[in-house]
Design a protein around this ligand. Sequence first.
Ligand SMILES: [Zn+2]
Length: 350
Amino acid sequence: MPTSPIRTGIDFSQPGRQLGSLSVPYSYNLSGWSQLQIPMATIGHGEGPTVLVMAGNHGDEYPGQIAIMRLLRELHDEDISGRVILIPALNMPAAKASTRLSPVDGANLNRSFPGDPEGTVTQIIADYLTKVLFPMSDVVIDLHTGGRGVYFFPCAHMHLVDDPAQRQRMAQATLAYNTDLAFLYSDIAGNGLLPVEAENQGKTVVTTEMGGGEVTPRAVHKLSQQGLRNVLIHVGVLVGKEETRASLGLSPTRWVQALDKEDYLFAPESGLFESLVDVGGDVTAGQPIGAIHFLERPDRAPTIIEAPSSGIVIAHRGPTVTQQGDIAFCLAHDVPDKIIDTFTSVKVET
Ligand SMILES: [Zn+2]
């Protein structure tokens, strides 16, 4: 089996604080022997779980990158019980370029798992996570937004994994983000997701969609940063008192899901997209929720996008300029109680 060409000066067997990087060999026209640097820090102290915390899987998703850089500077070694591995900008070339896809090889890191040690830069990064970082971790946290393409209601989200104990661990960690909505999603856009590889390895996987676009409201930064700290306390790697929605004086988190392909609505035509409902808004079946306007035919009535079912708008398109087939809306629905029950009680087969 070929080994990863990635090198790091960080010694994972050592306690204490280490700041270094993952070095990925690559070539470009002005350098045949370059080393792409992905900054990484580890803090190991005492006994406890290993928690891998990442953002910048997509380069144009910022609140998580900032939250991890803050954490890296603010954490004291004695705050840690176990080990945290912090990678603020996992897809460093994309983060530097503020793009979703890597400018080095055009790949989407979140469609590149399990990866290939002999593949492109993005495939090499994915392979290193799959074979080195995931196996040493108990908890894998991957922070996203909708990027420049989509605006999400700021939420934590997860897959409905089959293993009852893993599902319960993931649901409780997802709730520890203390978001108004927690979102069960499906993979409509293909395979090779980072969270799926980590889930397949049995990890407790925590992911977020903290808004999107170039503007991040203060409240979203705050939620991203406080939620992340609270999840670290919840999983036992950070000392401190865990906050709950109740202790914060908030109503319980509402679980919503978009698990059917009909929940994902695409622009029927190219034009200027106007959302008629804000994210987080409840809608009824048949309600007009979006309009596509036509610059070259200002006299033409806009094409209306209707909600195919009742639900809540969890996300809508970010940029106004829209091409036919771009994702326009994601419509979510309340999660049935019988599923929510599986988040708190592990059923033992008899
Ligand atoms: Zn993303």
